[in-house]
Design a protein around this ligand. Structure first.
Ligand code: 5GP
Ligand code: ZN
Length: 141
């Protein structure tokens, strides 16, 4: 879809730290890393939010989540938990209107996670973001 930032990322029109891709989904680091390894999983097909999914697309997208979650866990064994979040509509904190699922590794009770994520852009350098993405990418089976 035109003027959709995530469609542009999927089409490689703007860069991203990709961790996984297949014919249905594209997974990449959130530019604002709430915690190290914070990953977004998006359907390649543009759907704005959960209300626009056909059952078959939802099944395919959600089927990929465990594989990516396991890769994050292997990449960062110090991780102790993982929050999976999906915000729908502005009131519920959705800010990009191409549906996406947040995978947010948890390292400690004090790791600054809350339902309202806050802005963590710039927490890691370009080199660090590349290293984080590569660590996950290497573990996706
Ligand atoms: P939402 O608030 O809609 O649940 O999540 C949107 C997420 O997309 C935010 O966490 C935000 O940091 C992330 N985001 C916004 N623009 C970009 C971008 O250009 N690249 C990447 N990698 N993430 C983005
Ligand atoms: Zn889109």
């Amino acid at each position: 879809m035109e003027n959709c930032i995530f469609c542009k990322i999927i089409n490689q029109e703007i860069p991203s730290y990709r961790v996984y891709e297949d014919e249905k989904v594209y997974a990449f680091l959130d530019i604002s890393q709430v915690t190290k390894g914070h990953t977004l999983v998006v359907p390649k097909e543009h759907v704005a939010d959960i209300f626009e999914y056909e059952e078959d697309l939802a099944a395919k997208v959600f089927a990929r989540i465990p594989k990516i979650a396991k890769a994050i866990e292997k990449a960062f064994p110090e991780m102790e938990g993982l929050n999976i979040m999906n915000n729908n509509k502005e009131l519920a904190y959705q800010s990009v209107f191409h549906s996406h699922i947040h995978l947010i590794p948890r390292y400690s009770k004090k790791d600054d996670f809350s339902i309202h994520f806050g802005d963590h852009t710039g927490k890691y350098s370009t080199e660090e973001m590349t290293a984080i993405a590569n660590a996950i990418k290497e573990q996706v089976k």
